[in-house]
Design a protein around this ligand. Structure first.
Ligand SMILES: *[C@@H]1O[C@H](CO)[C@@H](O)[C@H](O)[C@H]1NC(C)=O
Ligand SMILES: *[C@@H]1O[C@H](CO)[C@@H](O)[C@H](O)[C@H]1NC(C)=O
Ligand SMILES: *[C@@H]1O[C@H](CO)[C@@H](O)[C@H](O)[C@H]1NC(C)=O
Length: 401
């Protein structure tokens, strides 16, 4: 660790120094939903048993009686009265836990039932907002809802490992079949290390960068903080890159310790902790790093005679690009116009009607059914290699408000 003393004059050694921070080895995670990658850090209990997950985080669709409240679903509540759904509720009952924002990485659960009154099968749902329309079933690779079937008969703790890592805020257990009154206690398994949040900004796109490290939130020093570093952070948060890096505690000072210094990303890393950096302990930095991310799925009209018409461009992975006109029709145009806040579409235009753009062509064969809120929600032939040139791009004429 003595090498830290020389770090200021040895910036070029950044890459070598990463090794000093590897007390918590990290791999990749996805920012939403499933990832095929390993979790960022070693999976462990997230706090049902320790109490780190507070009582208020636990809710249920119903409970059998006041001795079977949702907050009783902790493994150490004693094994006589855990959570049990009301017998009248049967199918569709659930118990839910709010793991806080930003959601941790979840790898599985530990579940325990009473030896005589236990689950037979159950499913899992997750959501990033907890709103009623936002829940997804945990599915297998074929897209079928997974019905977990574990042996709870002896009253032992059973570890349920999810087939892939999940990153989410809300998690639900839904009993499907059971014996008698299924008393259920559980623990959520996962980790928070390396998770990022933005603080001190007016909206979700901007703020001071804070990272969860060693069981606590910490801040990032602004020394050498630049757009490449900001780009990597925004990508980790699920945004298409950054528009600005902010130094000098632009989004306010913080009481939190600074845990990363001299961050040096090249902007292609998926996670901040993949970049080279110094652990903070020996640096005198007090000024924090901030940023502004690019919004997701942005659409604009370019090259038209009025603001309600033009070539459709979408912002993906840090650049504006066009949409190929293959099968481009009025239904697709409607989705674009509504996404832009207009009443609807008057015409769909093909063949680079509003001129050729200089960006790449990003989607081909868009086929909306008209119910979508955003063009990126519509099915399309491909995002990977659109087969059109700049003379074959899509445009719209919208009808204003
Ligand atoms: C912030 O970054 C700019 C551009 O690199 C630099 O000129 C300025 O001195 C920095 N300010 C602080 C407070 O570090
Ligand atoms: C960026 O950094 C990553 C991780 O250090 C490295 O694998 C990648 O090759 C770099 N990319 C460029 C364009 O320098
Ligand atoms: C674009 O593609 C069309 C259809 O394949 C073709 O006719 C046209 O020559 C191409 N234009 C350019 C500039 O490559």
């Amino acid at each position: 660790m003595a090498s830290f003393a020389f770090a200021n004059s040895m910036l070029l050694l950044n890459v070598l120094l990463i090794g000093l921070c590897l007390a918590h080895p990290i791999n990749d995670i996805e920012t939403q939903g499933w990832s095929s990658d390993e979790p960022l850090c070693t999976s462990g209990p997230l706090g049902m048993e320790s109490g780190a997950i507070p009582d208020g985080s636990l809710t249920a669709s119903s409970y059998y009686s006041s001795t079977y409240l949702p907050r009783k679903a902790r493994l150490n509540e004693g094994n006589s009265h855990w959570w049990a759904p009301a017998t009248s509720a049967k199918q569709g009952s659930w118990i839910q836990v709010d793991l806080g924002l930003p959601g941790p990485v979840i790898t599985g659960l530990i579940i325990q039932c009473r030896p005589s009154e236990y689950l037979i099968t159950f499913s899992i749902q997750y959501s990033s907002t907890g709103e009623s329309e936002s829940w997804h079933d945990l599915e297998n690779a074929e897209g079928d809802t997974i019905r977990f079937n574990k042996d709870f008969t002896g009253g032992q703790r059973v570890t349920v490992t999810f087939p892939q890592v999940l990153k989410t805020r809300f998690l639900r257990i839904l009993p499907i079949t059971w014996i008698s009154y299924p008393d259920i206690a559980f623990e959520v398994l996962g980790c928070r290390d390396g998770i990022i949040r933005l603080a001190g900004g007016d909206d979700a796109l901007r703020g001071r960068v804070e990272i969860y490290h060693d069981s606590a939130w910490g801040a990032v020093c602004d020394t050498n903080w630049d757009i490449q570093d900001a780009t990597t952070v925004c990508r980790q948060l699920g945004f298409p890159g950054a528009s600005e890096a902010k130094n000098g505690s632009f989004y306010g000072a913080t009481e939190l310790p600074i845990v990363m210094d001299r961050v040096a990303c090249n902007g292609t890393e998926l996670y901040l902790r993949k970049c080279s950096y110094l652990c903070k302990e020996n640096s005198p930095c007090t000024s924090t790093a901030g940023l502004i991310c690019n919004p997701r799925g942005v659409v604009r009209l370019v090259g038209g005679p009025t603001k309600t018409s033009g070539r459709v461009e979408i912002y993906v992975d840090g650049k504006w690009g066009a949409i190929c006109d293959t099968e481009w029709d009025i239904t697709d145009a409607e989705v674009i116009c509504k996404q832009l806040g207009y009443r609807g579409a008057k015409q769909a235009k093909s063949g680079a009607f509003f001129g050729q753009g200089s960006g790449p062509n990003l989607i081909d064969g868009v086929k909306c059914d008209g119910s979508e809120a955003k063009i990126t929600d519509c099915p399309s032939h491909c995002w990977e290699k659109p087969k059109c040139n700049n003379t074959e791009t899509a445009g719209v004429i919208c009808v204003e408000g």
